[in-house]
Design a binder for this molecule. Structure first.
Ligand code: SF4
Ligand code: SF4
Length: 214
């Protein structure tokens, strides 16, 4: 079982992916639309610091492009990893990096954040984002559900501590010590989507300030 994890990691390293976690899909997690396979491989690509510098109190056009590019690379890489697993005779399905299918609750097929946390890649911060110990919230993730057998990784024990950086900068005042008001956030993202050239529900403000070393 250790061997297969090594093989998957080596495969992903060829795509320059270094943030990789393995977990069992938690019992209380039910994917929408797709079969619940028992285990998940989650991997992430950090967003560019220089691009995030262009985010002020709203998203920039270059951030929008970068965000889409990183999601596209994640989806492409997940596609290749699925092929790699299927060639071993096992099942696998890639969950899109960024696809909402339940608009009312702002949900995709499954939460990458929940899987990434379970797979030991970070903790869920006050902003509601996954906070990686090294890269903070500056990472985009994708997940693959599979019946491939491997030993799950262990969740990390980090938390936000006394940090309040995302609370202080959120243009929607949607973040508190207790967490994020997703409806407030969503309304702000809707506003940002109307900025000429943005056209997407993105922000980047709380991503930019969260560096994971709190
Ligand atoms: S900016 Fe600070 S408080 Fe906000 S999620 Fe990141 S670590 Fe937590
Ligand atoms: S995405 Fe933007 S509006 Fe939403 S919580 Fe983060 S900073 Fe606030």
């Amino acid at each position: 079982m250790a061997e297969i994890k090594k093989e998957v990691k080596q495969f992903l390293h060829t795509y320059h992916v270094r943030i990789i976690g393995f977990c069992s899909v938690p019992n209380n997690v039910t994917p929408l639309e797709i079969e619940k396979l028992p285990r998940a491989i989650v991997f992430g690509i950090p967003l560019s610091k220089s691009v995030l510098e262009t985010v002020t109190d709203r998203p920039s056009l270059i951030y929008k492009h970068h965000y889409k590019t990183v999601n596209w690379i994640l989806d492409q890489t997940a596609f290749h990893l699925v092929r790699f697993i299927e060639e071993k005779g096992e099942k696998a399905i890639a969950i899109p990096a960024s696809q909402t299918i339940d608009w009312q609750n702002q949900r995709g097929h499954i939460s990458h954040k929940t899987l990434a946390q379970t797979a030991g890649l970070g903790h869920i911060g006050r902003s509601g984002l996954l906070v990686h110990p090294t890269y903070g919230a500056r990472v985009r993730y994708v997940s693959i559900l599979t019946d491939l057998r491997f030993e799950p990784d262990v969740p990390v024990k980090t938390d936000c501590g006394t940090c309040t950086k995302c609370i202080n900068v959120c243009p929607a005042h949607a973040i508190t010590e207790q967490g994020v008001d997703v409806h407030r956030c969503y309304e702000k993202l809707r506003e940002f989507s109307r900025i000429r050239g943005i056209g997407q529900y993105i922000c980047g403000v709380c991503v930019k300030v969260c560096n994971g070393r709190n």
